[in-house]
Design a protein around this ligand. Structure first.
Ligand code: BJW
Length: 272
């Protein structure tokens, strides 16, 4: 990273008339200091299972009980967690009247919402842990804000909290659709290989095309999952600046501000 990129130059760019439109791209690292695990790296394991392997349609077909235990555990953890100063710093930007702002969060934990982020400026790109939908193709049942914990007896977190060996949960004991009475419910999140809701992509594209983004804040994300990661290059190609907030340095990217450390600390500092 060149001498041009330091906290001082970041602050003066942020306050300059050249910085009118800001896009925040958020990943699991933003919620790390709220106590929630990331997907990749040291925090990326749940019991002996790899989080990435469980977030797939195949895993759910193969063993819906196991995948539901993973999501029930994460629902519980998210509900007892609180937003951290990083969430609040973004929330403050979202209510500013001076700038055009949008947060694209890949997180499904609901912590940005709970930090009072302006809802119209927040896209939950990969869905929400607190959304449910029916897996029966002929049924369109969905629930948006279901905070029941546990969702059902078999998914009571105490039953698999400290176990090396998880109890096997049969499909009949998992949450089923109250509308069609037969479909298994699933979390309304976007798994690998699944398409993001089209209107989500549309809204993101609309923001980028309408405004021309001056600055993208890339916060706590490994930038490997598409299409979310693609916005960094899209903004750069528009002539926008990039600021990365991560505990690890990206050796391959030196045309950006890089704030190394816990984003719960670095983000409020940079945005103050
Ligand atoms: C800290 C910190 C602290 C730690 N402070 N920092 C084009 C090219 C290549 C591949 C594809 C492509 N198009 C599609 C694909 C395939 C696939 C993909 O991207 N694969 C790549 C992995 C190669 N993409 C998809 O399948 C997407 N669908 C799609 O594109 O559909 C198109 C389609 C069209 C037609 C037919 C079919 C499909 C969907 C992707 C959905 C991703 N879903 C998940 C699960 C969501 C539900 C859940 O939460 O369980 O989303 S996977 C997982 O990864 C989750 C996350 O949101 C996502 C991103 O992870 P994130 O947030 O970056 O976390 P980590 O753990 O990776 O990184 C944490 C970072 O924080 C690290 O950098 C740490 O250093 C840092 N950190 N502590 C600051 N305190």
């Amino acid at each position: 990273t060149s001498a041009m990129y330091n906290l001082e130059t970041f602050h003066s760019f942020l306050k300059s008339p050249n910085c009118k439109t800001i896009l925040a791209l958020v990943g699991a690292g933003l919620s790390a200091s709220s106590g929630l695990s990331t997907f990749r790296g040291s925090g990326g394991l749940w019991k002996k299972y790899n989080a990435i392997d469980l977030a797939t349609p195949d895993a759910f077909l193969d063993d819906p009980g196991l995948v539901w235990q993973f999501y029930a555990y994460r629902r519980h953890r998210a509900l007892i967690a609180s937003p951290n100063p990083g969430h609040y710093a973004l929330s403050a930007l979202s209510t500013s009247t001076e700038i055009n702002f949008l947060t694209i969060t890949q997180n499904v934990d609901g912590l940005s919402q709970r930090s009072n982020h302006e809802p119209s400026k927040l896209l939950e790109f990969h869905g929400s842990l607190f959304g449910l939908r029916c897996t029966n193709f002929s049924c369109s049942y969905q629930e948006k804000n279901n905070y029941d914990d546990p969702l059902c007896d078999a998914l009571e977190v105490d039953k698999f909290q400290d176990l090396d060996q998880l109890p096997y949960v049969e499909e009949k004991d998992l949450p089923h659709c109250p509308a069609c009475q037969e479909g298994l419910l699933r979390p309304a999140v976007v798994w690998f290989g699944e398409s993001l809701p089209l209107q989500m992509i549309d809204k993101a594209d609309e923001f980028i095309v309408r405004n021309t983004v001056d600055l993208i804040l890339v916060i706590g994300t490994s930038r490997v999952v598409w299409p979310a990661a693609s916005y960094v290059d899209i903004v750069r190609n528009q002539g926008g600046k990039v600021a990365i907030f991560n505990t690890e340095s990206d050796e391959y990217d030196d045309d950006c501000w890089e704030f190394i450390g816990d984003s719960a600390e670095t983000l409020p500092q940079a945005l103050e």
